[in-house]
Design a protein around this ligand. Structure first.
Ligand code: AMP
Length: 112
């Protein structure tokens, strides 16, 4: 979608600190990190939220690449958290399905 900021990052129309990318999934640093490590992972295909995702396999790939990336970055040892805000009341601000991958000491205050 042309007016979607994450689609613009995916198309390299605006810059981001990209950490991982394959044919279907991209991961980049959150611009306003809420933890020592704060990455956003998402499908390159535009779905406005998890509620609108229509392909089970893309959700599997998203979760799989999150696990792989967490392992590669050495986050699994101390632990990490994943969050998918879905809808306005849940705090979703960018309407392109994405997952927050958070890790670091500062997460101790962040429990539900
Ligand atoms: P959410 O509230 O789940 O929709 O999260 C949106 C996230 O996108 C927030 O944590 C923002 O800091 C982040 N964000 C917004 N614009 C950018 C950008 N241009 N590059 C990286 N992260 C961004």
């Amino acid at each position: 979608m042309t007016d979607c900021i994450f689609c613009q990052i995916i198309k390299k129309e605006i810059p981001a600190q990209i950490i991982y990318e394959d044919e279907k999934i991209i991961a980049f640093k959150d611009i306003q990190p809420k933890a020592q490590t704060h990455l956003l992972l998402m499908p390159k295909q535009h779905f406005s939220s998890l509620a609108e995702a229509s392909q089970p396999e893309i959700l599997g790939q998203l979760l799989w690449q999150t696990k792989e990336l967490a392992h590669k970055l050495g986050l699994a040892k101390n632990g990490y958290k994943i969050i998918i805000n879905t809808g306005k009341e849940a705090g979703q601000a960018v309407f392109h399905l994405h997952l927050h991958l958070l890790s670091g000491d500062d997460l101790k205050e962040f429990n539900i």
